[in-house]
Design a protein around this ligand. Structure first.
Ligand SMILES: Nc1ncnc2c1ncn2[C@@H]1O[C@H](COP(=O)(O)OP(=O)(O)OP(=O)(O)O)[C@@H](O)[C@H]1O
Length: 313
């Protein structure tokens, strides 16, 4: 199936000459949730702004459902909903009007039933006659989402949706994102909250210094790069790792009372049985065992630091 969003060698240099996107290529499948992860200043917002026509691109191209974002910008933009990072609402306008007008801006015919559906989905229906200034911060964020959905976009960009949002709203947002995906909407979200990507994304793209470092199915990424660690608590502390255990790459912590062993989750043999046998043979008595899986956050930090180290060399 052709991707709904296709980005090719996209470049963006700001007026001061700074190149924020250095040739980004990315294909986004219809109906998927892609999490775009990257440290501060990596180029996430620039990429979204470029695709949404807010920032003028300086090289490369992008198409939304086949519509070029430059040559055919109006058709491309109509297919996109954008929930920006910053709250930019008219304070004295009522919620209902704010969302309805937004639909009109895209030249879509009035459809009160759709606006009602969106407001209900976002638990804003009982606030429809409230002015924006009367809403809490979390409710304003919901209004931003409602506005972005007002013209029935096929692709929705969520730029840091959970910044400053409480746990309840975050869960609510995840539910809405799930419902939208069910309805066939493609979602691209940027987040610093990596647990969010772990919870809802189908694929993960990592961007650093204007370049995509990796795009991969989340589950396979976590399987491929995920490591598990085994903590072995010892009955008697060790002064150092015995030479016979050198090849296991162990670390010794907790005042010599804990050995930590990292192993590959995808490896055919984890080496745990061999390690335990070697400990028994060396007369090292084990008090307790416990394993811990690396999270998407560990993988992300490893990737970005690896990139920074390479750049420094
Ligand atoms: N208008 C501008 N003029 C010059 N440089 C800019 C401008 N806007 C952004 N930049 C620079 O481009 C780079 C990418 O910024 P961008 O906002 O896209 O990053 P980001 O990944 O969204 O970061 P964050 O996670 O902090 O939101 C940064 O180095 C930033 O300073």
């Amino acid at each position: 199936m052709a991707p709904i969003l296709s980005i090719r060698d996209l470049r963006k240099s700001y007026d001061n000459g700074f190149e924020a996107l250095k040739g980004v290529s990315l294909d986004i499948k219809a109906g998927e949730i892609l999490a775009l992860l990257g440290p501060n200043g990596a180029g996430k917002t620039t990429l979204i702004s470029a695709v949404c026509g807010i920032a003028r691109i300086t090289g490369g191209s992008a198409t939304v459902a086949g519509h070029d974002i430059e040559r055919d910008w109006r058709a491309a933009r109509t297919l996109i909903g954008l929930v920006p990072q910053e709250i930019n609402l008219e304070p004295f306008e009522k919620v209902w009007n704010t969302v309805r007008f937004s639909r009109g801006l895209f030249g879509m015919p009035r459809n009160d039933a759709h606006i009602e559906r969106v407001l209900r989905q976002l638990s804003l229906w009982d606030k429809k006659d409230s002015k924006v200034t009367e809403l809490s911060g979390g409710m304003k964020r919901r209004v931003l989402i409602a506005k972005a959905l007002s013209h029935e976009p096929r692709v929705l960009f969520l730029d840091e949706p959970s910044a400053g949002v409480d746990v309840e709203l975050r869960r609510d947002m995840w539910r809405v994102v799930g419902e939208l995906r069910q309805a066939g909407v493609t979602i691209i979200l940027t987040t610093h909250y990596i647990e969010e990507a772990e919870a809802i994304a189908d694929r993960v793209a990592v961007i650093s210094k204007g370049r995509i470092l990796l795009v991969e199915d989340k589950d396979s990424l976590m399987r491929r790069m995920g490591q598990k660690v085994l903590h072995v608590d010892l009955q008697q502390p060790l002064a150092a790792i015995p030479p016979g255990l050198d090849h296991f790459g162990l670390t010794l912590d907790e005042g010599g009372r804990r050995l930590t062993y990292s192993y590959d989750t995808k490896a055919e043999r984890t080496g745990i049985a061999t390690l335990l046998a070697a400990l028994a043979e060396g007369g090292i008595a084990v008090a307790d065992l416990d394993t811990e899986a690396s999270s998407l956050e560990d993988i992300f930090v490893g990737l970005v630091h690896g990139d920074e180290r390479e750049a420094a060399q």
